[in-house]
Ligand binder design. Structure first.
Ligand code: MRU
Length: 367
């Protein structure tokens, strides 16, 4: 997607041909800075500190992180060590495990001397695949938005609510939840997005709003608690969110607060869709309650960072001094509250049968 008229992906190789460059998302929307990752440790730190984030981009960064690790030591022992190290950085998004297992599948059988080249090649292909997958998700989701638009008066806007950031900046390009929105906007369908701010890290207010704005998509930032109110007043036509892990029965882990949006959507008859690539399905789990939920630092709840009038960034305390805070980063929305999945293979019901219909081979392998 474009920033100031220039096309960017979220991850690419530097001019030296081996370092990996990413946009530092902890500084957006206030500063646009590109950072270079030159070691597996730097890639791991970028994932953990959320300089890169979003399930697909975490996977892509880990794949390149492993390529960086192979430059230092391509031995079998190091391959396994670094896969375990990278996989431990964030526990909920299953794309991380998927990318690392895919890298192991390609690298383990080849001699160590060939591993660096193979690792870079496979990481690049994972990124290219992600772009095409997100594009296909967009095409399928566009149909849903078009249907809603056709039921409206000419020119009346389609109001879509999204939570957190499942945009291009969370993927390699396009995004999952945002791809249908970008395509609808580009097709001339009048869309407007309610952007949940997404406390505590404000991925909605900082990142989703940033990228929608950069693409010219009309949007409004709202506090996390406002969505139910707008749904009651008929001001939300559709909810589309992303996900970090979908179990084979269709339960959905996504940013904390997603579940409450699904409850409000159900109560108000608003369709609630989850956009996902196949890399986000965890075929090994059949119950969302077994998904490991990342618990992050209480500091994220007790402090906020923003830009001062002079342009500098500052972090301020917002909690009562001495009060403890808890910070679960994700929650699980049961499949029964999800209207459907928007995937690269089409749209399906959120259930074991729905997923098996889209991905018969993977469902069969999962047993
Ligand atoms: O903690 P984050 O910012 O990595 O959480 C991101 C989300 O919850 C996204 O919705 C999810 O990863 C899907 S990104 C296409």
């Amino acid at each position: 997607m474009k920033i100031n008229g220039r096309h960017y992906r979220t991850i690419w190789l530097g001019h030296d041909g081996w370092s990996v460059e990413v946009i530092d998302q902890t500084l957006l929307p206030h500063r646009f800075e590109v950072i270079a990752l030159r070691s597996v440790e730097e890639a791991a730190r970028a994932i953990k500190t959320m300089q890169v984030r979003g399930a697909p981009l975490i996977g892509a960064t880990a794949a390149y992180g492993l390529a960086l690790a192979m430059r230092d030591d391509p031995s079998d022992a190091n391959l396994e060590k670094q896969i375990a190290f990278l996989n431990a950085q964030r526990p909920t998004a299953v794309n991380l495990r998927f990318a690392l297992e895919e890298m192991r599948r390609v690298l383990a059988p080849v001699p160590p001397s060939e591993r660096v080249a193979q690792a870079y090649q496979r990481a690049a292909r994972l990124c290219d695949d992600d772009v095409e997958i997100c594009r296909a998700i967009g095409t399928h989701g566009l149909g849903l938005i078009r249907e809603i638009a056709l039921r409206k008066k000419p020119g009346e806007r389609v109001n879509i609510l999204t939570h957190c950031n499942a945009g291009w900046i969370a993927c390699v390009d396009w995004g999952t939840a945002t791809a249908p929105i970008y395509m609808a906007h580009d097709a001339g369908i009048p869309v407007h997005v309610w952007v949940d701010e997404t406390r505590p890290r404000n991925q909605g207010a900082s990142l989703t709003a940033f990228e929608l704005g950069a693409h010219g998509v009309p949007h409004t930032i709202i506090v996390d608690n406002a969505g139910g109110h707008y749904m009651q007043h008929g001001l939300v036509d559709l909810v589309i969110v992303g996900t970090d892990r979908v179990t084979r029965n269709g339960d959905v882990a996504n940013k904390i607060g997603t579940y409450l949006k699904a409850l409000a959507a159900r109560d108000n008859g608003v369709p609630f869709y989850v956009a996902l690539p196949y890399t986000t399905i965890d075929w090994r789990l059949d119950d969302g309650r077994r998904i490991e939920i990342e618990e992050r630092s209480p500091d994220e709840v007790l402090r906020m960072t923003g830009r001062l009038a002079d342009g500098s960034l500052a972090t301020v305390e917002i909690g009562a001094p001495g009060s403890p805070a808890a910070n679960p980063a994700f929650d699980v929305t049961p499949a029964r509250l999800v209207t459907g999945f928007i995937t690269e293979c089409g749209i399906a019901e959120a259930s074991a049968a729905g997923l098996a219909g889209l991905y018969p081979e993977m469902a069969k392998d999962a047993g």
